[in-house]
Design a protein around this ligand. Structure first.
Ligand code: BV8
Length: 229
């Protein structure tokens, strides 16, 4: 029936795995102002605060209790079993999709556990938390690694590839995202414009001005397996 699917996930798909979302009650932004921890200016102003913010989230992600939930597992099954083309784009910086088994995956906002050389842009998998001693090995003198995270005002990763897939897909599904952050929030518009069926899964009711054709209200771990199967 469908030949080309793009799935977009947001923090809501990881909520039931025990990871805080951004804008729900006691969300991540409740504790910090976005400007202080998720902008280049905030990092310039106070790198230690920003490093603490990401080190804390990396620790939280590595807590034994945090693991992929049924929604992540359903998307991994979809990748295994769907005969057409599938691209999973996530705004999330956690590794729960990989741990569930997805490989055709794009982290458009970067990844926890990875650092980036501010000079060369080279990406490093971290073997220790961010700090003044955690430096690149690609420059002389070595540069302090920054979080491999796309902050506000920075350009998300693989935008051209994502746009191409949105223009070609015949089904676009957004799961657990508030649709407040661009350019991800605009993906539904592109998919609609190119004739795709658009659906969203969210624990809250459909927004009054929602652009999605279909809205499945409920917990991702309960809805997504049914949508996939
Ligand atoms: C860009 C990394 C140009 C950090 C993130 C002024 C100055 C500069 C830029 C702007 C500006 N005004 C507007 C902008 C653009 C800006 C923007 O959109 N701002 C917003 C606040 C208005 N965007 C940017 O700056 C982007 N860059 O524009 O560059 C450009 C672009 C394209 C091409 C050329 C140039 C960069 C944005 C990336 C910022 N970085 N993350 C980090 O992770 O620490 S964004 C951050 O928000 C996260 O990545 C997160 O993924 C993202 C979106 O949040 P959600 O995932 O949706 O999470 P949220 O908590 O909001 O919602 C959770 C949802 O789940 C809710 O709906 C809830 O109901 C639901 N839910 C909860 N539980 C469940 C559930 N659903 C189902 N089941 C459940 N159990």
């Amino acid at each position: 029936m469908y030949h080309h699917i793009v799935v977009l996930t947001g923090a809501g798909i990881s909520a039931e795995s025990g990871l805080k979302t951004f804008r729900d009650q006691d969300g991540l932004w409740e504790e910090h102002r976005i400007e202080d921890v998720a902008t280049p200016e905030g990092y310039q102003r106070d790198p230690e605060l920003v490093e603490q913010f990401y080190n804390h989230r990396w620790e939280q992600l590595n807590d034994a209790a945090v693991k992929p939930n049924a929604a992540h597992e359903a998307l991994a099954r979809l990748e295994q079993e769907f005969p057409g083309k599938l691209l999973l784009v996530t705004q999330n910086v956690d590794n729960l999709h990989e741990r569930a088994g997805n490989r055709k995956l794009l982290h458009m906002h970067g990844e926890l556990g990875k650092g980036r050389c501010p000079r060369s842009g080279q990406i490093f998998t971290l073997d220790e938390p961010f700090g003044p001693e955690n430096c690149c090995t690609c420059c002389i003198p070595a540069q302090r690694l920054r979080p491999h995270i796309v902050w506000f005002g920075e350009i998300p990763i693989s935008m051209d590839r994502i746009h191409d897939e949105l223009e070609l897909c015949d089904l676009f599904i957004a799961i657990g995202t508030s649709g407040t952050v661009y350019p991800a929030a605009g993906f539904v518009d592109i998919a609609n414009h190119h004739g795709a069926l658009t659906a969203e899964v969210n624990i809250t009711a459909k927004e009054p001005h929602s652009l999605f054709h279909l809205h499945y209200q409920g917990k991702a771990s309960e809805i997504v397996p049914g949508v996939v199967d």
